[in-house]
Design a protein around this ligand. Sequence first.
Ligand code: AMP
Length: 598
Amino acid sequence: MAVDSAISSPLGPPTCEKDAKALQFIEEMTRNADAVQERVLAEILSRNAETEYLKRFNVAGETDIETFKSKIPMITYEDLQPEIQRIANGDRSAILSAHPISEFLTSSGTSAGERKLMPTIKEELDRRQLLYSLLMPVMNLYVRGLDKGKGLYFLFVKSETKTPGGLLARPVLTSYYKSEHFKTRPYDPYTVYTSPNETILCPDSFQSMYSQMLCGLLERKQVLRLGAVFASGLLRAIRFLQLNWEELAEDIRSGSLSSKITDPAIIGCLGNIIKPDPELAAFVSQECSKENWEGIITRIWPNTKYLDVIVTGAMAQYIPTLDYYSGGLPLACTMYASSECYFGLNLNPMCKPSEVSYTIMPNMAYFEFLPHEPNSSGFTRDSPPKLVDLVDVEIGKEYELVITTYAGLYRYRVGDILRVTGFHNSAPQFHFVRRKNVLLSIDSDKTDEAELQRAVENASKLLAKFNTTVAEYTSFADTKTIPGHYVIYWELLVKDQANSPNEEVLSQCCLEMEESLNSVYRQGRVADNSIGPLEIRVVKSGTFEELMDYAISRGASINQYKVPRCVNFTPIMELLDSRVVTAQFSPALPRWTPARRR
Ligand code: AMP
């Protein structure tokens, strides 16, 4: 059955009614993007007309775009702090949303070192589910036969807390996996996973990973696609296999579960699945004991057609490693989403990572775009920024995404910079350029320049009694190790050579830096094991001057030269590494507890 002017597919029209319907929906939404956006805004404004927030700006039930734009200011999370705090403390009045706030979603973006709390309402789950339901129909246009096997997806729940007022606060995916939408999803041959729900829902990350890997090995020939949310997560799974294959193979050989698995729900469900399979155990041992792990993914899961992981934005740094382990399997980036709102999907998911563009679905929220001018000093009260509507963005230009959601965020700056690459019907498609102000990122952590500066300052206090200061520093996200880790290059000014800081002191400086970084970083270190110990590499004195000379030789202006606080250009890294005199790692885990909510 053909769908009019649908997404161009190399394989012809969709093969089933359900897919045709989903594609038809995408067509309708994107053809009428303008009208859909107008309707979405009117719905949001009319249902929330009586909220304290909208009343404050005298919108009084008016639902047209002009009134909205003239009366409601563009804001950041910090502007909304008082309202968020009141909701967190238990104020149930209609502050932001007429619908009750059902929980907070904890963003990986931080404010004052803690995760941002995003209010959400029950029905947002339906909206997210709707976006999920569009992904496979699009994928099926490019890859056939995905109903003939399973997906091995490494999915995890993370710790949740309660706010003082009793609302749950947890990451958006934890909320989704624990919802009935996920747990009792109807059978669909295109979304059968090797991981039983019990393995995904186990809060212990070791047991969860172990049991998901075990199930993936048991069904290795059925696996048609392998995935995790982000590239870093899939690489962590490979590293896990490297560290634990012997125990996994032993479980497969004996048909019993390792004593490390104590979660009753996992024991209950895997007990029925696992049977002695010496042949498979021998195969796993044979492959995993080889020195060379190049192409390990396709060796163990030979029918894998693609890897389903996000490799856009900060995750692009993992592409070479994924290619190495998978022998260059296609990398599919299917969607673009956040705790605030799910935005859209990639209509050409088998394209090269560098060509990925996301089509924002106009029904998800009301979207506006702040033209991004990297060198402008910003705007003033007298010249407020002019926000552009979804259908009016221009190809080739960069914008910061600003959203108005059903859950009560109005003209909220997400912090993502996007570049328009084209249109699908009248809906624009965006290349994810970067997140604003992020210097370092390994997994979902995002460290900005101010946070890094503070961490260096705090750590350098330990040098005071050695009459030593940090003269210059820069940083680098080292993703060659799994998990990746932060590397900080320090050039020290040692005033008393006889009493210079020793290795022990420098390793304490590493730990002190980690203690100073935000809670998402520390959670990655402590609970998720997604970030390795921070490393300080001390370079010879004069190295940063050489760095400047190098930049100037490449055309930088002497007057305007600033030390880059993060580097990733190979010649610069080589220069720095060739000048290292000592390198130390953090000797312990920083403090992190899930219950730290103000
Ligand atoms: P969080 O609020 O923790 O869920 O993080 C959401 C943020 O992750 C987004 O605002 C983006 O910066 C980033 N992100 C989400 N999806 C993608 C994607 N497909 N490509 C690049 N970055 C993404």
